[in-house]
Every structure is written in C-alpha cells, then in structure tokens.
Ligand binder design. Sequence first.
Ligand code: AMP
Ligand code: GLY
Length: 431
Amino acid sequence: MKVLIIGSGGREHALAWKCAASARVTEVLVAPGNAGTAVEPGCRNVDVAAEDTGALVSLARREGVALTIVGPEAPLVAGVVDAFEAAGLVCFGPRRLAARLEGSKAFTKDFLHRHRIPAARSRTFTRSSYDPAWLDSQPLPLVIKASGLAAGKGVIIAESHAEARSAAAAMLGGRFGAAGEEVVVEEFLQGEEISFIVMADGHHVLPLATSQDHKRRDDGDRGPNTGGMGAYSPAPRVTPELHARIMSEVIEPAILGLAGDGTPYTGFLYAGLMVAADGTPNVLEFNCRLGDPETQAVLSRLRSDLTLLCEAALAGRLDTVSAEWDPRAALGVVLAGEGYPDSGRRGERIEGLDRAESLVRNGSGKLFHAGTKLSGSDVLTSGGRVLCAVGLGRSVADAQHVAYRLVDVIRFPGMHYRRDIGQRAIARERS
Ligand code: AMP
Ligand code: GLY
C-alpha cells in the first residue's frame, strides 16, 4: 500500500520513517517533506503544500494512496479530513468540527466547562463584549489567549493589569487577524506542565507511550516559549496513578463528550496539562495532532505497525489492538536556527550529517530533519527548528548521552540547542 504524510517538520519525518518501515507499505509520499524525507529509504517528497487541500486530494487519487496521515494542525482545522472523505479517500485525523478543539480556544473552554473537565477558570471576550474593568479586578498574573491558531505566539502571561489590557486590546484589534476575534482570559495555574498523547477512534482511546517536552528556549527553562526544544519518552513524571487520573478525568470525558455532541473525534489527540500540587490534571490546551518534538521520541520507541493502528482507529476498533513499545528510553534534542523562535537567517549549510547518520546506523538513535532543504548535494537550513537528534538507551540518561553525541558532530551557523534536555527526568531516575 501507498501512504501519504502531510507536512514538512520533524514530526512528519518521524511519521514517514515509521510508515516506511512497515512490511505492508510500498512507498510513503510526503507533501511537501524536507531534506530528511527526500532521502529516507522508501519515501518520496511531492511538491504539494500542506494547506493545498485540493491538490492533496488529487495527489492521493492519482497515486492510489491507501492511507493519508495529517501531521500539522492547520490542514485539520481547515477540514482536510472532510475533503478526503468526500472524495472517498482514507485520511487519519479529526474532521473540521472535532479539530475545533485546537482551532478555537473559546470553543474548548466552553466544551471543558460543559463536560466538567478540570481547567483554569476563564472568560471569553469579543470586541463588543470586552470588559477591561473585569480584567483589572482579577488576580495576577493573568493569561491572555487569542482563540484561534496563532503559530504558538497567541498566549501572553501578563504580570500587570496594564500588560493584560494591552495584550487583550492588541489581539481584539487584529494583531493575530481572525485568530484574535475572540480572546480567552484565564487564571494562571501553578504546577508542572506535561503532555499526554492518545489515538482515538471516535469512542475508544489508545494512549501512546508517555512523553514530555521542554518548551522554553534556553537551559534551565529560561528564555521565550517555543514549540519545543527537546522531548523524551517515557516521562517518569507520569506515574501510573497520574496516568489513570488523566485518562478518567480528561481523555475519556473529552472523547465521550465529543461523541455525545455529535462531533466524534478520530485521530491523534494531544492534551497539554498543568498538574497541580494535589495531582489534578488541568487542561491548558488540546492539540488535534501529535506533538513536535514528542513524536520523534515516541515513534522511535513504537514497535507496532503504525499503519495498522491508524486503520484500526479508522474502523472504530481501537479497543481490539494494543501498541508495543521498545523498553528503552528515547530522548530528542532540537537543533534550532538563528533567532528561533523568531525568524532569523536561513539557507545555512549544515555540516556533519553523514557522521551523525553513521553514529546511529546500529539503531541506537535517529536524526530527524525539520526545517531543512536540499540544494544540489548540500543540506541547508530552511526553518526555525532544523533537526532533532534522538538517542535511545536503557535509561533517559543513556538516551541523553547518545543524543548529545549526535548533536556534537553537527554544525551550522547560528545553531542553538539546549544542553539540559531530560535533566528533570534524569534527576527522578536517580532518586
Ligand atoms: P497554550 O497554547 O494554551 O498551551 O499556552 C502556551 C503555554 O502558555 C503553555 O504551554 C503554558 O506554558 C502557558 N500557559 C497557558 N495557559 C496557562 C495557564 N492558565 N496558567 C499557566 N500557564 C499557562
Ligand atoms: N511540543 C509541543 C507541541 O507540539 O505543541
């Protein structure tokens, strides 16, 4: 069978690599892909943008694609799954109405409230209902969020009322376009942030191996928030007790709630949670897709055939399958380009890729590409997150060691990465 992966990041390289490893799969197409998927055995890049729904449908038809997996959120929120289904094609991901869970924070706050899923208290404003006096009456810090997709930049943690008002006013004034037409203002939650990712088939849920990412750009969890500077799996923080609470208090009510509301959810579902001191898993956000870079660590440990799991989910049979995991830990370090998370210079030549590949030829890790492109025989940077070096090992500490050996042979101008990925998990391992 042929598989199509939509997207071009590190998550999509990991999806393509995993699908290409399946004995059932003859070829994996990646639209548009990156320099890593261009040379990955069994994979072929196709120059179609992830947002060009019509061209993606034509591509899947023309190539006889049997299964499409969508990587990023934007096509899902725009309804790519609905378009594939209307054309009689098989596509794994939530339909447009279910993808509102990521596409509209205002929708999600209302949904969480109606289904009694733990989350920060909040109010949603539009330009006409905006009430700065209410903002001024709230305790600080206050969290101000653009409701729609804002590429990870739509959340401001305001330390003063003036800052809160100016953030809300800027969003309502069009700073994020339509994404800021509604603004969610919520209380600041304390705790430890974790991610929890599952597959869902509308009614049943298959949790993936646990993982945790590092969102801040710099060592010691300092610097600006990013999409993720590294991740590891398993996450020792997610004890069996916490796992059970997340499933029963967040994931199951969310999937049942969506089914009950007439918008059943099929696809990967990512819950961003703030675990309070008493263990309550408060929902910060839902994503309607896999995490990046969590996927690179999690799929490095998946032993089951991902295409079979997706097909089971599409058939509503997730309750009849299970996923097998490599008992080793995986840890991925993101190599970012100059200025990340803001834009900086691109088109820099990356050195050391062959050496890095040779270090992990024995299966002890994998170098995933993200913002890279081929130029003749050179690989150049083309995005903020450039590569993700994943190591596997008997412990998170061992996996970290392998990952940084990979990092140490790679160079490009402006390269930035964290030196402390996995440090908290390693401290937990040792205690
Ligand atoms: P979101 O996109 O809603 O997950 O927000 C982005 C980041 O802002 C999260 O990963 C958290 O680090 C932080 N954040 C969001 N909401 C809150 C909150 N209510 N309390 C504390 N931190 C938050
Ligand atoms: N690593 C966070 C995300 O994918 O949203």
